[in-house]
Design a protein around this ligand. Structure first.
Ligand SMILES: [Zn+2]
Length: 248
């Protein structure tokens, strides 16, 4: 009887220990998961592949200050600001061609008319914009809606803000609720574009939902990102890393 009691005590002690270890490990895992999201603008890496279609530019990866794409071309789609000297009306050649195909498909398949509003933005323009926002609102507020110089995807020449008459040419969240916006979200990948800042990943991208901000990454990457509901960070830092082609 005494032995039986001893055995039971030993067993419950063992189970208690296993239970505690499990809880401890689970908590550690949770903590590790929380720290997955980097602190924005800390330990910033200057990227080595600025001309890659899959270049990762965000609040922790920046473009070299002197990076200027060599193949910018004037967009051949309806423009919000029709000034041909405005750099915002330019994109890299392949992205410009893909955008034309996207806009034509929207019109041919659905009768939707899309408008290009803001494409390429040089480092110097971003310096000017960011400085102005900081003067007006302070660094903390400016960081929530404007990228620091070198950290704007628009400097890649692969990014375009688009809109439509149904939102009066605005860059607004309601674009995502329009027929045009919904069609773009479901079809952009066919032409190599992704919605770069989706609604459900704000903490990781560091940007509010921007249904108007499209990034060209090529059809293969865009389709994978669309099908698996990824963000570019997932694709470059996980998928591409596994394929060992991080800096292609
Ligand atoms: Zn944008």
């Amino acid at each position: 009887m005494n032995r039986m009691r001893m055995f039971l005590i030993a067993m419950s002690g063992l189970f208690l220990t296993i239970g505690m270890i499990t809880v401890f490990l689970f908590q550690t895992q949770l903590k590790e998961k929380e720290t997955d999201i980097p602190t924005f603008y800390q330990d910033v890496v200057e990227i080595e592949n600025p001309a890659s279609f899959r270049a990762l530019v965000n609040k922790n990866y920046r473009l070299p200050a002197d990076y200027e794409p060599s193949d910018l071309v004037l967009l051949d789609v309806p423009l919000y600001n029709k000034d041909k000297n405005n750099e915002a009306n330019y994109l890299r050649k392949e992205a410009a061609r893909a955008l034309k195909n996207l806009f034509e498909a929207a019109y041919n398949e659905k009768g939707y008319e899309l408008i290009a509003r803001s494409g390429y933005r040089s480092y110097d323009t971003q310096v000017m914009l960011y400085d102005r926002y900081v003067k007006e609102d302070g660094v903390e507020a400016a960081d929530t809606y404007s990228a620091r110089p070198g950290h704007s995807e628009h400097q890649t020449g692969l990014t375009i803000d688009i809109t439509s008459d149904s939102v009066h040419g605005g860059l607004t969240e309601t674009f995502g609720e329009t027929d045009e916006g919904k069609w773009v979200a479901e079809n952009a990948h066919r032409f190599g574009f992704i919605i770069r800042y989706p609604e459900n990943r704000v903490d990781e991208t560091g940007y509010q939902y921007e249904p108007w901000h499209l990034r060209y990454v090529g059809t293969e990457a865009a389709t994978s990102i669309y099908n698996d509901q990824l963000i570019l960070e997932d694709y470059v830092l996980n998928v591409m890393k596994q394929m060992s082609v991080l800096w292609d």
